[in-house]
Design a protein around this ligand. Structure first.
Ligand code: S3P
Length: 174
């Protein structure tokens, strides 16, 4: 064991929840990129968006990805926009494998219903926006991810699938 397992996917796909279970199962340490940024900045992601704007948040996200990727044996849950920047993909792949948590639009709509801590979703046309963003981002996630798992299942099942695929991947790539 040494490679990092990096979880990507849409908001609500379960990256943080699955990541914690996966870390436990695989003996890796867990880091959530958003939580890491919040701790460093002493502010929530919503506050960073409101006070400093999305661009500043994206810069902090790249810095955090760089810091964490210099370590080994981690499970890293990224934010839904992190792997949409090519620079971040290069950084995160250096020491790890990028895994897509592929959740259906139905599942995401259900999980994100009533959730208020995602600044991108604080808008009147939330449902239309979510659908359009899903259609735009999913093909990009599929392009950057080296592995993909069905994330409509419970965290235990999803993390087992990831573990199997990641072990095969690292076995073949080391
Ligand atoms: C974002 C997703 C969020 C967080 C920020 C931006 C995005 O993370 O990084 O609100 O661009 O999709 P989650 O995917 O953990 O919700």
């Amino acid at each position: 064991m040494s490679g990092n397992i990096v979880l990507c996917g849409f908001m609500g796909s379960g990256k943080t929840t699955v990541g914690q279970v996966l870390a436990q199962k695989s003996g890796r340490r867990f880091f959530d990129l958003d939580q890491y940024i919040e701790q460093r900045q002493g502010k929530t992601i919503s506050q960073i968006f409101a006070d400093e704007g999305e661009q500043t948040f994206r810069r902090l996200e790249t810095e955090a990805a760089r810091e964490l990727s210099s370590q080994k044996d981690l499970v890293i849950a990224t934010g839904g926009g992190a792997v949409l920047r090519e620079e971040n993909v290069d950084i995160l792949r250096q020491n790890g494998v990028i895994v897509l948590l592929d959740a259906s639009l139905d599942t995401l709509e259900r999980r994100l219903d009533g959730v208020s801590d995602r600044p991108l979703l604080q808008r009147d046309d939330r449902q239309e926006f979510l659908r359009a963003l899903y259609a735009k981002r999913m093909p990009l996630y599929r392009t950057v991810a080296q592995l993909c798992v069905d994330a409509d299942h419970d965290p235990d099942t999803v993390s087992e699938q990831i573990l199997q695929k990641a072990e095969l991947f690292f076995g073949e790539n080391t």
